[in-house]
Structures are given as structure tokens and as C-alpha cells.
Design a protein around this ligand. Structure first.
Ligand code: IMP
Ligand code: MG
Length: 177
């Protein structure tokens, strides 16, 4: 790293909180009484998932999966692997996947296929952020937080090379190109 990357706040913690509130309201209306399984995609969506489920405040189950990550690259290698598989059956269950960001769509499309093979009753996607200009694989996002332009973002769970996940705001990583 030649110089320290600069961070610029894109969405403040207050803006994120308001957005998570809004998303939780929609999900509550759609899933109340359905006892869904929420699948948190590690590591990026751990903070978002925790904030979201506290606001849902109805009976649900939570599972975790982890897919192979980029490492230091900012581009998906296109070769996705399930690093931590799902341990509980989801057949016949209403499943909502919680993702941090949909970029090219490669990762989430892979995960949705992996989950679809397990025959859930329904399968939907909630994503905190979306970069539609970068899409290579079509993805339907049922619940979306923020649409962002083609910038690399960190914070609120999102990382660059495992750094900056702890930040409470979503920031643009600048000066590292
Ligand atoms: P995709 O397969 O290209 O859609 O990439 C999705 C994954 O790439 C996400 O789950 C993130 O781990 C990572 N990613 C893509 N864009 C960003 C970003 O701007 N900041 C942090 N991680 C990102
Ligand atoms: Mg992710």
C-alpha cells in the first residue's frame, strides 16, 4: 500500500438506521407469522443482519453461510466456493437471504442456486447495497437498502482486505487505485 487510503462517508449511521427501519417494516409485513429462516451471508452482512432482526422482532431462525471472498482484489474471481455450508435443512421453509452488497451478481446468483437446490418453499433476497452498473449476472433483489454508483465501499460490515468492517458508517474507499 503506497499511501493510507482515504475514507469519505457515503451513508451515515443515522441514514443506515432509517433505511434498516424501513426495510424491517416491509419484511415484517411480508413474513409475520411465517417463521422464516434468515440466512446471513458472512462476513459482510453480520452487522446489517443483527440490526435488521432486532427490528423484525417476530419468531424467526437465523443461519449463516460463508462464500469464498476476494482477498485483496476488488474484483470477483468468478470462482465461488462455499466455505461454510448451511447446516440446517431449509426444505419447505420460507428463506430470506441477507447480503451486504450485490456487485457483479456472481456471488449471490451462485448462493441462490445453491439454496434453491435445497427446495425452500420460498427464496427471497434482501441486500443492503446494490451496484447495478456492475452487474454481469441478473439478480432480483426483493428488499434493497441503497443503490450505489461504481465506488468501492467499506464499513458497516463491508471490508477491503478484512479492514474497515467495524466502521459504523458506510464509506467510500478513495486513493487506492
Ligand atoms: P459479486 O459476486 O461481484 O456480486 O460480489 C459480491 C461480493 O463482493 C460481496 O459480497 C462483497 O464481499 C464483495 N464486494 C463487492 N463490491 C464491494 C464493495 O464495494 N465493498 C466491499 N465489498 C464488495
Ligand atoms: Mg458478501
Amino acid at each position: 500500500m503506497s499511501s493510507q487510503p482515504k475514507l469519505r462517508i457515503l451513508y451515515t449511521r443515522a441514514e443506515i438506521e432509517a433505511k434498516v427501519d424501513k426495510l424491517a417494516g416491509k419484511i415484517r409485513r411480508d413474513y409475520l407469522g411465517k417463521h422464516p429462516i434468515l440466512i446471513c451471508v458472512l462476513k459482510g452482512s453480520f452487522m446489517f443482519t443483527a440490526d435488521l432482526i432486532r427490528r423484525l422482532n417476530f419468531p424467526l431462525e437465523i443461519e449463516f453461510v460463508q462464500l469464498s471472498s476476494y482477498g485483496r482484489d476488488r474484483e470477483s474471481s468468478g470462482k465461488i466456493k462455499v466455505v461454510q455450508p448451511l447446516h440446517s435443512p431449509i426444505e419447505g421453509r420460507d428463506v430470506l437471504v441477507i447480503e451486504d452488497i450485490v456487485d457483479t451478481g456472481t456471488t449471490i446468483a451462485f448462493l441462490l442456486n445453491y439454496l434453491r437446490d435445497k427446495k425452500p418453499a420460498s427464496l427471497k433476497l434482501c441486500a443492503l447495497t446494490d451496484k447495478p452498473s456492475r452487474r454481469k449476472v441478473p439478480v432480483t433483489i426483493d428488499y434493497l437498502g441503497f443503490t450505489v454508483s461504481d465506488k468501492f465501499i467499506v464499513g458497516y460490515g463491508l471490508d477491503w482486505d478484512e479492514k474497515f468492517r467495524y466502521l459504523p458508517d458506510i464509506c467510500v474507499l478513495e486513493g487506492e487505485d
